[in-house]
Design a protein. Structure first.
Length: 94
């Protein structure tokens, strides 16, 4: 799956209202919006300037999730996959 597809799916999933399970895992509406916005910005940068820009992105989404005490689950897995994909793409360019 391509990097932009992963970002598109994450942005779409994070636009949806939170479910009970999401809230139980530590997600709030504000956190969901903030993470969605961060991923959306990265996606826009890559669309405008190309995937070569991944080497300049420094995603720290895993640290953010840990700081907010978000527990493992659907959205956290999706966000961690975004970070993993960005880091993996950046490594292929160096």
């Amino acid at each position: 799956m391509g990097l932009l597809v992963v970002l598109d799916e994450a942005v779409a999933a994070l636009k949806d209202p939170l479910g009970e399970d999401d809230r139980a895992q530590g997600w709030t509406d504000d956190l969901r919006r903030e993470v969605q916005e961060e991923i959306s910005i990265s996606r826009s940068v890559l669309r405008r300037h190309g995937v070569g820009m991944t080497r300049h992105l420094r995603p720290r989404l895993d640290e953010w999730m840990a700081r907010e005490d978000v527990q493992p689950g659907r959205l956290r897995d999706l966000v961690v996959e975004v970070q993993r994909s960005l880091v993996a793409e950046a490594r292929t360019l160096t």
